[in-house]
Ligand binder design. Structure first.
Ligand SMILES: Nc1nc2c(ncn2[C@@H]2O[C@H](COP(=O)(O)OP(=O)(O)OP(=O)(O)O)[C@@H](O)[C@H]2O)c(=O)[nH]1
Ligand SMILES: [Mg+2]
Length: 369
């Protein structure tokens, strides 16, 4: 995120600078009058979540502590995560204040109840405001229809995902390796005889490699290791021998982000490739926000939610869908490989969110009772 301070002779002059420098997506954080060399000036503090090339800024036009610009823009050695956290807290406070101001009497009792429920499930107040606006604007709109605009689905089936290569990324221990095997088994079940290759791109985890190899032997899949760009090139050379290739990417550690990792591996430019992010709703909101930053990637194709059985609330699914704007493709609810992952569909998600009912028909707490 970028925060900048602009000064102009009056508010329109300062605003024009904001628009010229940060564009129309800029958010005005503060407007105030200041004295500059005995002249009254208008000073605007504005922020932009997306980074804008700082080279375009003329120093004479931007005021404030520019030494911290690299921190604000997430440059090297930056304290960007801290800023992101603070900014999302500010936004969250503003939105929750707005949420409290909403005149819920304008909604039907059912709509009001559903909105209050989502708030208790941990749905971001900003989304509550969006949903409220949809419902008030169009009395015929149901909450689920408004929610479906945010929570889109693209079920993980061969027909819905014709891409040959599927890369699975996610935090350490989120269930990437398990998901890769589940995806391959589901594809094999859907179309027996499919030529499937599982790829271990995680050169750090011996356990993941062993599990992948083992399932390849058991199920007749091909197995490859690809920890470098050269390995990926070799894999692409023989891609015609396979109908589906599932790649188990390493978990992220340290400051590295997914896009960098994929570029290093040479995967970010490969066509016919889908990128799935594995997350679990049992992560708290700050943790999910952090993962979304680490795994944000222009070509991210879907989110796969794992460990539903270990979660106590499911508002995170809506928050993540709203933040990264990619569909949910599948959900899983147990530690096994078979019969515990389902392609995403709206009804399944509504039952999960509003009734805490897993796709197997059980409640998470009952599954472990
Ligand atoms: N309860 C439950 N456990 C799961 C689920 N999916 C995976 N697991 C378990 O979570 C643990 C970690 O799964 P992995 O697939 O090894 O996770 P990973 O992301 O590949 O882990 P690293 O390679 O170490 O980063 C294993 O014990 C899995 O059996 C799920 O939906 N529910
Ligand atoms: Mg693994």
């Amino acid at each position: 995120m970028q925060v900048r301070i602009f000064r102009g002779a009056d508010s329109s002059a300062a605003l024009a600078q904001v628009k010229a420098e940060l564009g129309i997506e800029a958010v005005i954080l503060e407007t105030r009058e200041v004295m500059d060399n005995g002249r009254k000036m208008c000073e605007i503090t504005a922020a932009l979540e997306r980074n804008v090339g700082m080279t375009r800024a003329k120093p004479s036009e931007a005021y404030g502590d520019m030494s911290s610009v690299s921190a604000l823009t997430g440059g090297p050695g930056a304290a960007a995560p801290e800023w992101h956290r603070e900014w999302s807290e500010i936004k969250s406070c503003l939105m929750s204040l707005m949420g409290k101001q909403l005149d819920k009497d304008k909604l039907s009792p059912r709509q009001r109840q559903a909105l209050d429920y989502l708030e208790r499930e941990g749905v971001d107040p900003k989304i509550g405001v969006t949903l409220y606006k949809c419902l008030v604007l169009d009395k015929q709109t149901s909450l689920l229809a408004a929610l479906a605009e945010i929570l889109s689905v693209r079920p993980l089936t061969l027909a819905s995902w014709p891409e040959k290569i599927h890369c699975v990324a996610g935090p350490s221990g989120a269930g990437k390796t398990t998901t890769v095997i589940r995806m391959a088994l589901a594809a094999q079940q859907e179309k027996p005889g499919l030529r499937i290759c599982l790829v271990n791109a995680d050169d750090r985890q011996a356990r993941g490699r062993l599990v992948l190899r083992h399932y390849c032997e058991l199920s007749g899949f091909s197995y490859r290791e690809a920890g470098s760009r050269e390995d990926i090139l070799k894999l692409l050379d023989e891609a015609d021998n396979f109908d589906r290739i599932y790649v188990d990417l390493p978990g992220m550690s340290g400051p590295q982000v997914l896009s960098e990792r994929l570029t290093l591996l040479g995967l970010s430019e490969v066509d016919e490739c889908a990128f799935h992010l594995v997350l679990s709703p049992h992560y708290g909101k700050p943790q999910l926000d952090h993962f979304l930053r680490a795994f944000s990637f222009a070509r991210l194709s879907s989110v796969i939610w794992t460990k539903l059985d270990e979660a106590a609330s499911f508002g995170g699914l809506i928050n993540v869908a709203d933040s990264c704007r990619v569909p949910i493709s599948a959900v899983s609810w147990a530690a096994g490989f078979k019969d515990c992952m389902a392609p995403a569909e709206n009804m399944l998600l509504w039952k999960l969110i509003f009734k805490h009912e897993l796709p197997c028909g059980q409640a998470p707490e009952k599954l472990h009772a």
